[in-house]
Design a protein around this ligand. Structure first.
Ligand code: G3P
Ligand code: MG
Length: 244
C-alpha cells in the first residue's frame, strides 16, 4: 500500500460510521476494534462555542433533536441521544466534545484527521477554537493530527495558527487550480472524493509530491483500484472490511 507518512492506508470515517453511530466515542472505539489505527471525524461548534463532533447542519438525521445544531448550547446537545437513530443498541450515546474525544484517542492510541466543519458563517471561529485545542491539548503520545476542511477560510486560519501541524485541503472534485490553493494554504496533502479520482488525476497529484486521500470508500475492490493508482489513504465507514 502507498504510504508517505505515519498516516495509514485505512482511516475510519466518522469513526466507523457503518458499524456505530457516526462521530460518537462508540464509533471511534469501534474503529479501533476493527483494526483501524487512524480515524476521521467532523468538528462543529455549539452555540456557546464548544467544539463537538458533528457533521450535519441539523440535528434531525443523527439525533433525537430537531433543528440547527449550532443554535444549541453544549449542555443541551449533550442531553440528546446520538445513538438510537443508528441502532437502538446505541441508545443514549451522546454527541462528544472534542476534548472528550482527545482523551479517547489517547487511551486507544489512535491517530486522527480532524475535519473542521463550520456551521454557516462560523468558519473562522470554528477553526480558531479547534486549532487552540489542538495546540493546548493534543495528546503528546499520539502522532500529530491531520487538520482538514472544505472551508478555505478555516484552512487560512489553520495555516496561520498551527503552521507546523499537517493540513489537507478537502475537495469534492479537484479544481483546475488545486495546486495554487494547496500552496497558498501550505497544505501537505489533498483529500477528495474517490468518485472523481482517475489514474491521470492521481498521477498529477502524486507527481506534484502530495499524498492523496480519498473519501468515502466502502468497497474493497474500489480501494484496490485506488491503491493501484497511487492513492495514499482511504476514508471508510467499514474498517472491518479491510482488516487483515
Ligand atoms: O474528511 C473526509 C470526509 O469526511 C469529507 O466529507 O461530508 O463526510 O465530512 P464529509
Ligand atoms: Mg468528514
Amino acid at each position: 500500500m502507498n504510504q508517505t507518512s505515519s498516516v495509514p492506508f485505512i482511516i475510519g470515517h466518522r469513526g466507523a460510521a457503518g458499524l456505530a453511530p457516526e462521530n460518537t466515542l462508540a464509533s471511534i472505539r469501534r474503529a479501533k476494534v476493527e483494526g483501524a489505527t487512524w480515524v476521521e471525524f467532523d468538528v462543529m461548534l455549539s452555540a456557546d462555542n464548544v467544539a463537538m463532533l458533528f457533521h450535519d447542519d441539523k440535528l434531525d438525521r443523527t439525533t433525537n433533536g430537531r433543528g440547527v445544531m449550532a443554535k444549541r448550547t453544549a449542555d443541551a446537545l449533550q442531553d440528546l441521544d446520538a445513538g438510537a437513530s443508528f441502532d437502538p443498541a446505541f441508545k443514549g450515546e451522546p454527541i462528544p466534545t472534542l476534548m472528550e474525544t482527545f482523551a479517547v484517542l489517547a487511551a486507544e492510541g489512535l491517530g486522527a484527521n480532524i475535519e473542521i466543519k463550520p456551521a454557516r458563517g462560523a468558519d473562522v471561529v470554528t477553526a480558531e477554537i479547534t486549532c487552540r485545542l489542538i495546540t493546548e491539548a493534543w495528546p503528546a503520545t499520539l502522532p500529530p493530527p491531520v487538520v482538514s476542511s472544505f472551508s478555505r477560510l478555516a484552512m487560512e486560519v489553520a495555516r496561520d495558527l498551527i503552521p507546523a501541524t499537517p493540513r489537507a485541503m478537502l475537495f469534492g472534485k479537484l479544481p483546475k487550480n488545486w495546486r495554487a490553493v494547496v500552496d497558498e494554504l501550505t497544505c501537505t496533502a489533498v483529500h477528495m472524493s474517490h468518485k472523481h479520482i482517475t489514474p491521470d488525476l492521481a498521477a498529477e497529484v502524486r507527481t506534484a509530491g502530495f499524498p492523496i486521500r480519498a473519501y468515502t470508500v466502502n468497497d474493497p475492490k474500489r480501494a484496490d483500484m485506488l491503491d493501484a493508482m497511487g492513492v495514499t489513504s482511504i476514508f471508510t465507514d467499514r474498517p472491518d472490511l479491510f482488516s487483515s
